[in-house]
Design a protein around this ligand. Structure first.
Ligand SMILES: NC(=O)C1=CN([C@@H]2O[C@H](COP(=O)(O)OP(=O)(O)OC[C@H]3O[C@@H](n4cnc5c(N)ncnc54)[C@H](OP(=O)(O)O)[C@@H]3O)[C@@H](O)[C@H]2O)C=CC1
Ligand SMILES: [Cu+2]
Length: 349
């Protein structure tokens, strides 16, 4: 490790082979990112409005705490803007220092509606001479610290400068994440909204399950409650919350299971018809195939709930028999028959 010096003679960190990465802001995200970067062998300079105020030990050894200006100057190529987009404009004084460097925007959208420009695009407008790259916003500070796990490995990245994007893609891999290149900076509009979608891969399966449930529930209501009522005046409405639901669940579970296996068959038929397997499936089939895991788990959930319901309903019935039995014995023993039967029928229904 050797040191460069600034104009006022202070030494700035730099390590051969491992470029110095700058981070502006000293909040949660900055800290977690710094920990991760240092663990991956990078040198890190954090730029704060007030570096003296940062408690000792908050950042790991090997992280330099400096002013924003110094951090920008000592970062060789990549600088993360780990501050909220509302404060981007306070950085305009650093414009010349940031010129020609890769500026990474990690911010998230706060609302789902379509504003005109994303945070990253606004940052790019503020710093026309910097190369703005969008990325890491889908990674939580927590995931940065604990290491990437299955669900949170992917880092969505986009930029109008392909060189800079390549740099960030490489950096992402070194940190142990899987970069996904989504193209130009316009893609940042979607990327920023990604964290607002809860469990995105579950949306389709949940909707399908819900619609199937609605359909079969309606069918069972008509068949077991409405028609008996209209035809013979039977009052089966008490079945609606439990029995009818329990009749609906297995149907939903089976159809969902069918939906897990069906796309494979469709795909096989398609390949046979085309005479080749080296051709892309139509996108609807592609998406369907990718959702098989979620559909299967939904099916399992319905089947599981059905099993629990069935058990409880049976227990309820068994309790009914026991009660009837007790009533019978009490009648034999000389109890008032009317009281017993009214109690039993009350509980039975
Ligand atoms: N926390 C998380 O899990 C994630 C956060 N992000 C994004 O990272 C960015 C930072 O988030 P986070 O670290 O949680 O936020 P914090 O509030 O913890 O930190 C923000 C930092 O911004 C700095 N800052 C610079 N200029 C200003 C200013 N004018 N006013 C106030 N603060 C300023 C402050 O550092 P100083 O005082 O040293 O200058 C402050 O520590 C956000 O854009 C967020 O969307 C993205 C993904 C996950
Ligand atoms: Cu069953």
């Amino acid at each position: 490790q050797y040191h460069r010096t600034t104009m006022n003679g202070e030494s700035l960190p730099q390590r051969l082979g491992n470029p110095v990465i700058g981070i502006i802001g000293s909040g949660d995200f900055s800290r977690s990112l710094a920990i991760r970067l240092v663990a991956s062998g990078f040198s890190v300079v954090v730029g704060s409005r007030n570096p003296k105020r940062i408690p000792k030990g908050l950042f790991p050894d090997g992280v330099e705490l400096r002013s924003q200006r110094e951090a920008v100057d000592s970062a060789e190529r990549v600088i993360f803007a780990a501050i909220y987009p509302e404060h981007y404009s306070t950085l305009v004084g650093l414009r010349d220092g940031l010129a020609g460097k890769v500026l990474v925007d990690v911010s998230n959208a706060t609302r789902l509606d379509d504003g005109e420009l994303s945070n990253a695009e606004q940052l790019a407008e503020l710093f026309p001479q910097s190369r703005v790259v969008k990325g890491f916003n889908v990674i939580s500070a927590w995931a940065l610290q604990t290491g990437a796990h299955d669900g949170s490995r992917q880092v969505l990245i986009c930029s109008d400068c392909s060189d800079s994007k390549a740099t960030v893609v490489q950096l992402t891999r070194r940190l142990g994440f899987s970069p996904v290149d989504l193209g130009g900076l316009v893609a940042s509009r979607d990327i920023e909204k990604a964290p607002l979608h809860l469990f995105p891969s579950w949306e389709g399966a949940t909707l399908v399950t819900f619609l199937l449930f609605l359909f079969f529930y309606g069918y069972n209501v008509v068949k077991h409650v409405l028609l008996p009522y209209l035809a013979h005046g039977e009052h089966n409405f008490y079945q609606l919350p439990l029995e009818t639901v329990n009749q609906t669940l297995p149907a939903v579970a089976l159809i969902l299971l069918g939906l897990v296996y069906l796309p494979g068959l469709v795909a096989a038929v398609l390949q046979l018809a085309r005479g080749t397997k080296y051709k892309r499936f139509p996108s609807w089939l592609d998406r369907w195939m990718c959702r098989r895991k979620e559909l299967g788990l939904m099916s399992f959930l319905c089947a599981g709930v059905h099993a629990v319901y069935s058990m409880c309903l049976t227990l309820r019935r068994a309790a009914g028999y026991r009660l009837l039995n007790a009533a019978y014995r009490q009648v034999i023993g000389g109890w008032n028959l009317c009281v017993c039967l009214s109690v039993v029928s009350g509980i039975w229904n």
